[in-house]
Design a binder for this molecule. Structure first.
Ligand code: 5AD
Ligand code: SF4
Length: 445
């Protein structure tokens, strides 16, 4: 395993879906680094193409098949090219992918990608490799050591995977499996490693991250305790976490938003719908009112917090009134940002059985449009309100304009300046303008 490969092979990874896939792609590239691969940015120059896929909505899965179709000519021109499918489509569809696209050499699920080097060695020239197990061994243990090379200052770190909530629309409990938390020490070690590599902001990831319950000193630790411990790591300046479920928003986590300086004032807390009837049908196990009261408590702890959320429109049985309830909830919360989706039936989920209650697609599209318009208005209002304010910005990269540097504010707004700042620097910035997707400012020295 540890032999040094003599030739360098090129790996192209395309990532779909959520931040956890971004994290997984980074880990897969690192794992294949041991087999002599370095990452490249175009499929044309690759010896191996890996699609890290998302299965959350039908469109997301279909995109994968159309992308695979595009690689046909590359495979004909270079029969040595290996094509792999990883992620949640791999998990959900397994061998079906190879049947639909015979040029796929390798299929690997999200829980078994530590076995990627062996699978890669096995695959190619008609040999197929497939692994969609939920193995006994912990993939993170197998992937323990990460390279020491410098990296960008903001990083993701998976602390929890899977979900036991079984929302009626969602494939996650099936593709990512049951809820599992990584032990505290493992998370701390990885965080320290990242900081040594130049990281100053870590976003803790989990499908249900606030249900984190990792083994730590003296017993099981919740997310708030983990965050407070991470806050003691020198050089780590900012902590975020995503995605949370309202029912796991415990008191100490709310309190941390008020008293832990390194925890950023931005919270992604999906509610999905503002109608109690729909929330019940979705198996969310909370009401709209409970969600609103929860936000009041979070805002009492951290008044300037930027709230974010996810919404589904056109869930089976959703009436005009149910949808109006969602619009009203959005008006009442006032989001800094939010994501909204048209309901997409996923095979194997309970909601997909309710075919007779399906909302007319045109009605659903119209609702989605109205909701997105409202959310965009709120997003712009929140962004415009930053003009004249001082924010703190972690600079992540050069911008498109000459001399421009781009970073993120504590509220997750993209901020650009033309001052002399370095990547990885955190500076106070006065916001002077609000553009369509970003803010402009000047660094205060
Ligand atoms: N259809 C539409 N949107 C979905 N989501 C999850 N499953 C579905 C589905 N079947 C949305 C939810 C979730 C986000 C990640 O994706 O809003 O919070
Ligand atoms: Fe899916 Fe619900 Fe679990 Fe989120 S909480 S991953 S929406 S089942």
């Amino acid at each position: 395993m540890s032999e040094t490969p003599s030739t360098t092979k090129k790996l192209y990874i395309k990532t779909y879906g959520c931040q956890m896939n971004v994290y997984d792609s980074e880990r897969m590239a690192e794992a294949l680094g041991g087999s002599g691969y370095t990452e490249v940015s175009s499929p044309e120059e690759a010896d191996m193409i890996l699609l890290n896929t998302c299965h959350i909505r039908e469109k997301a899965a279909e995109k994968v098949y159309s992308e695979l179709g595009r690689y046909k000519d590359l495979k004909i021109a270079n029969p040595d090219l290996k094509i792999g499918v990883a992620g949640c489509v791999a998990q959900a569809e397994g061998e079906e992918i190879m049947r639909r696209q015979p040029m796929v050499d390798l299929v690997v699920g999200p829980q078994s990608y530590h076995r990627l080097p062996e699978l890669e060695a096995k695959a190619g020239h008609g040999q197929k490799a497939l692994d969609t197990d939920f193995p006994e061994e912990d993939k993170f243990e197998k992937l323990k050591s990460r390279p020491k090379a410098k990296r960008a200052p903001a990083a993701f770190l998976t602390v929890q995977e899977g979900c036991d909530k079984f929302c009626a629309f969602c494939v996650v409990p099936y593709t990512r499996g049951a809820e599992v938390s990584r032990p505290v020490e493992r998370v701390l070690d990885e965080a320290r490693d990242l900081v040594e590599r130049g990281v100053r902001e870590i976003t803790l990831l989990g499908q249900n991250v606030n249900a984190y319950h990792g083994a730590g000193e003296g017993g099981t630790w919740g997310l708030a305790r983990l965050i407070r411990e991470l806050a003691t790591v020198d050089g780590l300046e900012r902590i975020r976490f995503t995605t949370s479920h309202p029912n796991d928003m415990e008191d100490d986590l709310i309190a941390a938003h008020g008293d832990c300086d390194k925890l950023m004032p931005y919270l992604h807390l999906p509610v999905q719908s503002g109608s109690d009837k729909i929330l019940k049908a979705m198996n969310r196990k909370h009401t709209a009112e409970e969600y609103l009261r929860l936000i009041e408590r979070i805002r009492a702890a951290r008044p300037d917090i930027a709230m974010s959320g996810d919404f589904i429109v056109g869930f089976p049985g959703e009436t005009d009134q149910d949808f109006e309830d969602t619009m009203n909830l959005v008006r009442e919360v006032g989001y800094g940002s939010a994501f909204s989706f048209k309901y997409s039936p996923r095979p194997g989920t309970p909601a997909a059985e309710k075919e007779t209650k399906m909302v007319d697609p045109d009605v659903a599209s119209e609702r989605l449009h109205r909701l997105q318009t409202l959310i965009t208005e709120q997003q712009h209002a929140f962004q415009d309100a930053m003009v004249g304010r001082e924010v703190s910005v972690l600079f992540e990269r050069k911008g498109r304009m000459p001399g421009q540097m781009v970073g993120k504010s504590e509220y997750l707004h993209a901020v650009h300046v033309t001052d002399d700042v370095a990547v990885g620097e955190i500076a106070r910035v006065r916001i002077i303008e609000s553009g369509p997707n970003s803010l402009g400012g000047v660094v205060l020295r």
